[in-house]
Write a protein that binds this ligand. Structure first.
Ligand code: HEM
Length: 440
């Protein structure tokens, strides 16, 4: 297969042949095109032990991923940090010193189990009701138009930094009630948190990412103090600071559970909103440009009939699965797909692979927004950890696509043979995408 050509896997660069024995998920060739390896894993070893980092059980078949995601008592999310690196003793000591300068992470959503997760989810969900999310539509549209208006199309546009990064960062900053002037800091902080997940980092990079996390935590803490002193705001942070469970909502929780979130919990939740929301949405928007470069008739279809855009976005989400691999830890020995996973084992649920499972999605590599079983898509997860920000992500992607097809007549990827993938297989994403744009 030649670099950059359109394959059954989309615009995909297949660097090396992989066997199950040589499979290395942080290998740049795997990150560039994991789909052939996922196909092999699904058919030959859908629950397989990977001797990478501290060792992981990789689950790649759709039915088995769903089985695990729907059994949070066995497949716990209480995994402490989402970071996957296994530090040396020397690095661990330095990490402890940096961590001591920050604010302690507590289990919140992605990293919490029942009953704590139930309580937190009920409180956080208030900030993501359909009504709360719809209110963001005008500012999303305005942000899209503003970003496009700033493009100098006589030169190449670097789509990731000139559209896909700033859009979700601006929207989440606005939604949290944080001044837009801190948007660049937000991106840096979010990058720091994401970098620790599934990447192959140098010691210095690990420490820099942790320092960025500390800065974010202290900033959020000061914003919380401000919200407590000035109630009445309608931003997410105000909602989290003042949200209180009713007696009825708290009735099935353990006696003595606080009906409000503590500062420590809010800091951890906001960190997770940034980690979970920014990079994933950026990735989805970038993949939109990559995908329709290779299938431009879809661009025309969206221009002719914007009503198809939500379906196009769902199919794009399925094919690209921006949050591709998520972690769990077993609480007991468990049999999955005929394999016994021991207690205390790290498990990776490969939602991205499940979304390409031929047993569930016919002709899985084909772009088909009319699929009848789109509900089976794992793009936003399954079970109790189903993405709480999905309505916001869908809205951002829909409005962005509407504004992009309205503005752009055609575009070219300038380096289709050298797509710049990041280093993480869990949040696999393209971090640079130069394009030549012709506006309408
Ligand atoms: C295209 C964009 C997005 C994708 C593909 C995505 C995907 C996912 C997935 C797969 C999960 C489940 C993780 C697991 O099973 O362990 C998840 C959870 C989560 N997402 Fe998203 N997400 C996106 C955008 C957002 C946004 C915009 C926010 C908030 C601003 C957000 C906040 C969260 C949170 C807080 C969780 C944890 C929920 C819980 O544990 O109950 N996500 N997301």
């Amino acid at each position: 297969m030649k670099n950059g050509v359109i394959t059954q896997y989309g615009l995909c660069v297949k660097g090396i042949e992989m066997t199950l024995e040589t499979l290395n998920p942080v290998d740049p060739a795997f990150i560039a095109c994991p789909f052939p390896a996922y196909e092999k894993l699904r058919s030959e070893s859908p629950v397989t032990y990977l001797d990478y980092g501290q060792g992981f059980w990789f689950v790649t078949r759709h039915d088995l991923i769903v089985q695990a995601a729907n059994d949070p008592e066995t497949f716990s999310s209480n995994i402490g940090s989402l970071a996957t690196a296994t530090p040396t003793a020397e690095l661990l000591e330095k990490m402890r010193a940096v961590a001591a300068e920050g604010i302690r992470n507590v289990p919140s959503l992605l990293t919490a189990d029942k009953p704590l997760h139930t309580r937190n989810r009920r409180l956080v969900a208030r900030a993501f009701t359909p009504r709360a999310v719809e209110l963001h539509e005008p500012e999303i549209r305005q942000a899209c138009r503003g970003l496009i208006a700033h493009w100098d199309v006589s030169k190449p546009i670097e789509f990731v930094s000139q559209f896909a990064i700033p859009l979700p960062v601006r929207i989440i900053a606005r939604a949290l009630g944080v001044p837009a002037s801190r948007a660049d800091d937000f991106k840096r902080w979010s990058d720091g948190a994401v970098a620790l997940i599934g990447s192959d980092l140098s010691d210095e990079e690990v420490l820099a990412a942790m320092r960025a996390n500390n800065e974010l935590s202290h900033f959020i803490q000061s914003e919380i103090v401000d919200r407590r002193a000035h109630p009445g705001g309608d931003d997410i942070l105000s909602t989290l600071v003042h949200a209180t469970l009713s007696d009825e909502e708290a009735s099935d929780l353990e006696k003595g559970t606080s009906k409000q979130l503590s500062d420590l919990e809010i800091v951890s939740i906001v960190r997770q909103l940034l980690v979970a929301g920014n990079e994933t949405t950026t990735n989805l928007l970038t993949q939109l440009m990559v995908r329709f470069h290779s299938e431009p008739h879809w661009w025309k279809s969206m221009q002719d009939d914007p009503a198809i855009i939500p379906h196009v976005i769902e199919e794009l989400l399925r094919l690209t699965t921006p949050s591709g691999v998520n972690r769990r830890r077993t609480t007991r020995p468990v049999e999955l797909g005929g394999v016994t996973i021991p207690a205390g084992a790290d498990v990776l649920l490969a939602y991205m692979s499940g979304n390409h499972d031929e047993q569930v999605f016919s002709c899985p590599e084909e772009f088909n927004p009319d699929r009848k079983n789109m509900r089976d898509s794992l793009a936003f997860g399954k079970g109790i950890h189903l993405c709480v920000g999905a309505p916001l992500a869908r809205l951002e992607a829909k409005v962005a696509a509407e504004e992009l097809v309205k503005a752009i007549a055609s575009y070219e990827l300038l380096e289709p043979d050298h797509l710049a993938w990041n280093q993480t297989f869990m949040l696999r994403a393209i971090h640079k995408l130069p394009i030549k744009v012709t506006l309408l």
